[in-house]
Design a protein around this ligand. Structure first.
Ligand code: DGJ
Length: 695
């Protein structure tokens, strides 16, 4: 049974972990425990009550309150802040009821004096050692309540004396740089204020005591399933555990909760492992593949994308030529990127008018799609539905549909403005256009892009708090995308935002994969992919082989990097030599033979040394019978002696062979004494691993 109730205490059990909360004598919900399962239920209830009242450090400062709200004298960073119509800004909530289910729990609290109810929701994901949490806030009265902050949760990491925070940071074309840093007293904050998830930080955290590595050590980790403004703040003080607030960003947030309305926050996922960062990632990967992705079990095809080859200069002839070469390489899906729609010659015009440009495609898309289909490939298309160029029919007809402040300039970025997806008329218009496109054309794949951050975040004719925009835009995005998914269930979707600006568990309920970065240079990509893999599984990691740095980095190396995810090609194929095309065909064929292992197996970030210039990644099938090992050397000055690679995830007592390495050995031997490869600068190798049955 994943949920145990004992009086007013609740023990949430996953396969290996326990998460324990309970009401204390004062009726406050206390976080008791999060870690490995202990033998007896009473083991979880160590003393967690402040013994005495100290003048400047009230009880809440010295205990781990599960969901602290602003209103007590505690002065810790709270999860909830509301204002009632008479100006009172404290919420004083008392436990009302519990709704336990097999793998879920809801705890409801009510303000005694004001008509506000707060519910904490939990869902247990036993297989993945994950707990999911979110909040609902309900106005039970007759006048509005103003919400100023409502986070999805506060996670508590026990007081181990030292905290190291791992997080993903970066910028455009350099997303997902993994950083590990010590926390000291105060608040460390990560966030997005851009309307989307952002390239700069990702809503992910991991906390350890400093000793964890890929294979061992206690790690508490989590993420937020949300594609808009978000915030993670980690507070540490003298007394208690690190507290991690996570949820919709309260920066410029405002919400008028009308009588009878319920506000639901996005969900956060949290997990605990004693097997290091590697297992933390594997839990996320399995959960995302099994429980989040719409097509989590579908093998992704090898795709070609036209962007880096033809940019905006797409037309039937240019695309048909690329498609023919792509088909000969064994590519299965041909995606025409930006440039195909009305008026789109450069990035100055066209966004908003989602029908084929009459000059470029005088007979519509049908002839090109038919050609691509005849070549044996499916067809995919790029769109950027939330955006509009001032030079478009849509904007000329509806200039009020964009996010803007009156009397202020509408700042353009890449010559575009953002449509307000909070508005029903905007959603209807875009939905109708995209639905028509999908109904009238044989489109198997859509890349949904978003190429700017927000500015002047106003909604002048909204009759409520204009700051609701931050949330309503994202809800609108989910609604449009979700409706399209339901109407066209076989289409595969990719989330892109100028590369990896919208990579989060929220969008993966709608998108099957993510375009990780506009930086397609293979050696840079190694680091970006390393960071991305902390949260996201390989089948969501779309990775193209392009011409970036092709003078320095061999084609085979570039393929190997992209084969670590969902393989794509994005180079200018007309310029590729016959021998390049032959290498490509060989790599594509090789990928097809092993992609089930990469896309659905367990991933091990097996080695990183020489400041990342020597690295290895391994994937193992779930039944441990087959694996793939990738080893990369970028640039290390000679002389260098490359270290042993210790494999992972093998059955210790079974026999395994590694492609082109002599002799079979036990799994334990490969994992403890390893294997060594002599690679030169910018050399890589890909080796299949086979379990020898009956040996
Ligand atoms: C940004 C994307 O990341 C690129 O792959 C490409 O689709 C361009 N937008 C097209 O404008």
């Amino acid at each position: 049974m994943p949920l145990h109730t004992q009086d007013k205490n609740w023990i949430l059990l996953t396969k290996h972990t326990a998460y324990v909360i309970g009401l204390n004598a004062a009726g406050r919900l206390v976080h008791h425990y999060w870690g490995r399962q202990l033998p007896f239920p009473e083991d979880y209830f160590a003393e967690n009550e402040p013994l005495e009242w100290l003048p400047f450090d009230a009880p809440g400062m010295r205990m781990s309150e599960e969901y602290p709200v602003y209103g007590s004298p505690d002065h810790i960073d709270p999860c909830l802040k509301v204002m009632f119509s008479d100006g009172v800004r404290s919420a004083v909530l008392h436990f009302e009821s519990a709704l336990p289910e097999d793998e879920a729990l809801s705890l409801r609290f009510r303000d005694d004096d004001y008509p506000l109810a707060l519910s904490l929701h939990y869902r247990i994901h036993p297989t993945y050692d994950l707990i999911e949490r979110w909040i609902t806030l309900e106005n039970l009265g007759t006048v509005p309540v103003q919400i100023e902050r409502v986070f999805s949760a506060q996670w508590h990491v026990p007081n181990n004396g030292a905290y190291r925070l791992s997080h993903l940071t970066g910028r455009w074309a350099a997303e997902n740089t993994l950083r590990r840093e010590w926390l000291s007293h105060g608040i460390k904050m990560l966030d997005s204020r851009r309307l989307n998830t952002s390239h700069h930080h990702n809503p992910y955290f991991a906390i350890d005591g400093g000793a964890a590595d890929e294979d061992q050590g206690q790690v508490w980790f989590g993420a937020l399933a949300w594609s808009g403004n978000w915030k993670i703040s980690v507070e540490t003080n003298d007394y208690t555990a690190a507290r991690i607030n996570i949820g919709i960003n309260d920066w410029d947030f405002g919400w008028t909760l009308q009588p009878g309305e319920i506000f639901t926050t996005p969900a956060t996922l949290g997990g605990y492992t004693e097997s290091g960062f590697g297992e933390a990632s594997q839990h996320f990967h399995d959960y995302i593949r099994d429980a989040v992705l719409p097509h989590g079990k579908t093998t992704h095809p090898v795709l070609y994308n036209s962007w880096e080859a033809t940019t905006f200069n797409v037309d039937e002839t240019s695309q048909a030529k690329l498609a023919e070469i792509a088909a000969n390489m064994g590519i299965e899906l041909f995606v025409m990127d930006d440039g195909w729609f009305q008026g789109r010659k450069t990035d100055h015009a066209g966004l908003g008018d989602w029908h084929p440009d009459v000059q470029k495609f005088p007979h519509g898309l049908t002839p090109l799609i038919a050609h691509v289909n005849r070549l044996g490939m499916a067809f995919g298309l790029w769109v950027e539905p939330e955006m509009v160029n001032p030079d478009s029919d849509l904007y000329r007809n509806h200039p009020d549909w964009v996010i803007h402040f009156p009397h202020r300039p509408r700042s353009e970025s890449r010559n575009q403005l953002i449509l307000n997806f909070g508005r029903a008329d905007v959603r209807d218009c875009i939905l109708a256009q995209l639905d028509k496109l999908l109904r009238e054309n044989n489109i198997a794949f859509i890349k949904w892009d978003m190429n700017r951050s927000v500015s002047e975040p106003g909604w002048p004719d909204h009759d409520r708090d204009q700051r609701e925009l931050w949330v309503r835009h994202v809800w609108g995005l989910y609604e449009v995308w979700g409706t399209l998914r339901r109407k066209h269930p076989n289409v595969i979707w990719q989330s892109c935002s100028g590369g990896g600006g919208r990579a989060d568990i929220g969008i993966l309920h709608y998108a099957d994969q993510i375009w990780v970065s506009d930086n397609t240079e293979a050696t840079a990509r190694l680091g970006i992919q390393h960071g991305f893999s902390q949260v996201f599984p390989a089948n969501t990691m779309e990775a193209w082989v392009t011409d970036a740095d092709s003078a320095r980095v061999p084609l085979e190396f570039r393929f190997h990097v992209s084969m670590c995810g969902s393989l794509g090609v994005g180079g200018h194929l007309l310029k590729w030599s016959e021998s390049d095309r032959a290498i490509a065909a060989q790599c594509v064929a090789q990928y097809k033979e092993m992609r089930e292992i990469v896309q659905f197996g367990d991933m091990y970030r097996i080695h990183q040394s020489h400041h990342g210039a020597f690295s290895a990644v391994q994937y193992m099938s779930k039944d441990r019978s087959e694996g793939v090992l990738f080893v990369f050397r970028t640039h290390i000055p000679d002389p260098v002696f490359l270290p042993q690679i210790m494999l992972r995830g093998l059955e210790p007592d079974a026999h395994y062979a590694i492609e082109d390495v002599s002799g079979s050995r036990s799994g334990l031997a490969w994992m403890t004494t390893g294997v060594r490869f002599d690679l030169h600068n910018f050399e890589s190798t890909l080796r299949r691993i086979h379990r020898i049955e009956g040996a």
